[in-house]
Design a protein around this ligand. Structure first.
Ligand SMILES: Cc1cc2nc3c(=O)[nH]c(=O)nc-3n(C[C@H](O)[C@H](O)[C@H](O)COP(=O)(O)O)c2cc1C
Ligand code: SF4
Length: 465
């Protein structure tokens, strides 16, 4: 097993590696290293076939989108209307979901892999221009992707007549300004167009039909596209031989929190369980200080929490969804027995309330209400009525899903995912998801908080502070 100082936290073992195999090289981001390790051979192979054959290959691999929703890439590419031109590829590199830091590593460590993936996607889906949107704060990723793109243009790999073929495509880089909601695909498109990054209504604004500049647009995640070079080199049969039928291949998972070895791991999809990941010697090696696991967030800050009795669930959407959560953005956050649960929920709710774009009332007002009430509870100023009010506000954002806070601890599948919601996008429910999880899984911690309210500190001279 090797650890890589240039990709902090990244650990490789004997497992199949589709998107991280080059991370072991210090110069993994250069064109020289990329070409020496099979780089751009997938594109060459693709260009020797009709674009429809490449599209079919991607379809039969069933690459599930890695941005959160898990929609198969090949199927999505087929949703664009016939005969409407131009059509675009937008690469979602906004990665801002709490706990998620895998796309950043892919852009920093293997930018050519992403560029090659973009070119294969454009060729297969008939997309004439690619817009690569990278989160504002990711300075090194921006630098590496820009340098790689310059190298690729100079080598005739991007631009007019790619590799001497009749296929031409340009890639435009765009730096975001650091808004979480811009990761939502329609908000990202608004931002690219120079507008405030606010989500559009779906329908009618499904990007594949009406996207960037009103034209058909495919939005794909960085990791999704980074799978394509390997897939074209090795074929869909090799790809689907890894993982399960419904979740083939591998996926990158960023683990943070109270494990002995947090980091990004490329795991086998569908078969690896949360127990393997958190306790396995090749992964996180267990909980810090030998402590007990209290809870974990399985798929980024928006995902409802799981507890130790759900450790044996695999990374398989068809099992994690009915169990009440999602694999989402591929981020697992671990809380050990020392965690102050109401405070942990507040940390996440603060984030989503702050990131609300304000377009819909339940999110704009509800997020702030949740934040204020929960702050009161965490600070020791809350009441039992406050707990009931948290649930009431939550049910305005996600109606019909939630039992009262004082209900007994939920059974594992009590709240199916995804939630119903009154908001345009998932930021609204995301502000409530941690509150809901914390309240239903650990009601005793909230009850104690409101029972033993803050004792008034006494000053040195004996007067109340
Ligand atoms: C609030 C919100 C934030 C999102 N942030 C991201 C993100 O940072 N990166 C990403 O790829 N997808 C993000 N998504 C999902 C995108 O809307 C979209 O589904 C995804 O980029 C499609 O790519 P994929 O099919 O390859 O997964 C977000 C969705 C929502 C609702
Ligand atoms: S849910 Fe929140 S972030 Fe999403 S569109 Fe509505 S106000 Fe904006």
């Amino acid at each position: 097993m090797t650890t890589f100082p240039h990709a902090p936290g990244f650990v490789a073992g004997e497992r199949p590696q589709i998107v991280t195999e080059r991370f072991q090289y210090e110069d993994s981001y250069t064109l020289e290293r990329y070409r020496a390790t099979g780089g751009y051979e997938g594109l060459r192979k693709a260009l020797q076939q009709p674009s429809s054959a490449v599209h079919e290959e991607v379809k039969s691999a069933t690459i599930l989108g890695r941005g959160g929703a898990g929609f198969p890439a090949g199927t999505k590419w087929g949703l664009t209307p016939q005969g409407v031109w131009p059509r675009y590829l937008v690469v979602n590199g906004d990665e801002s979901e709490p706990g998620t830091y895998k796309d950043r590593l892919l852009m920093e460590r293997d930018p050519h892999q992403l560029i090659e993936g973009c070119l294969i996607a454009c060729y297969a889906a008939g997309l004439s221009q690619c817009f690569l949107y990278i989160r504002g704060e990711m300075a090194l990723a921006q630098e590496r992707v820009a340098a790689a793109l310059n190298e690729a243009y100079a080598a005739g790999l991007v631009g007019r007549n790619v590799m001497g073929s009749s296929f031409s495509v340009d890639v435009v880089l765009h730096w975001g300004a650091g808004a979480y909601v811009v990761g939502e695909e329609t908000a990202l498109i608004e931002s690219l167009e120079g507008n405030r990054g606010m989500p559009r209504l779906k329908p009618p604004y499904f990007p594949a039909a009406i996207g960037l500049y009103g034209k058909p647009t495919i939005v794909n995640n960085v990791e999704t596209l980074s799978n394509l070079p390997w897939l074209m080199r090795n074929g869909s049969a090799a790809y689907t031989a890894i993982g399960t039928k419904t979740s083939p291949g591998t996926r990158m998972v960023a683990v943070s929190g109270h494990v002995k070895r947090p980091g990004v791991y490329e795991i086998v999809n569908g078969t690896t369980t949360f127990r393997d990941l958190l306790y396995g010697e090749e992964f996180c090696k267990g909980i810090r200080n030998g402590n007990a696991l209290k809870a974990f967030v399985p798929g980024g800050g928006s995902a409802p929490w799981f507890t130790a009795d759900q450790l044996d669930l695999p990374f398989e959407a068809s099992q994690v969804g009915p169990a009440g959560s999602m694999l989402g953005s591929g981020a697992v956050m671990v809380m050990d027995e020392t965690t102050d649960i109401p405070a942990a929920a507040l940390t996440l709710t603060n984030f989503y309330a702050h990131e609300s774009c304000g377009k819909c009332t339940p999110c704009r007002e509800g997020g702030t209400w949740l934040q204020r009430i929960l702050t009161r509870v965490v600070n020791g100023d809350g009441t039992t009525e406050d707990l009931a009010q948290l649930v009431e506000v939550g049910s305005m954002i996600c109606p019909g899903n939630f039992p009262h806070a004082s209900s007994e601890r939920l059974g594992l599948a009590a709240v199916p995912f995804p939630y119903k919601m009154t908001t345009i996008c998932f930021v609204g429910p995301s502000a409530y998801a941690p509150v809901h999880s914390a309240l239903t899984l650990f009601p005793e911690e909230f009850a104690a908080r409101v029972k033993h309210r803050r004792t008034i500190p006494v000053t040195a001279v004996g007067a109340p502070a």
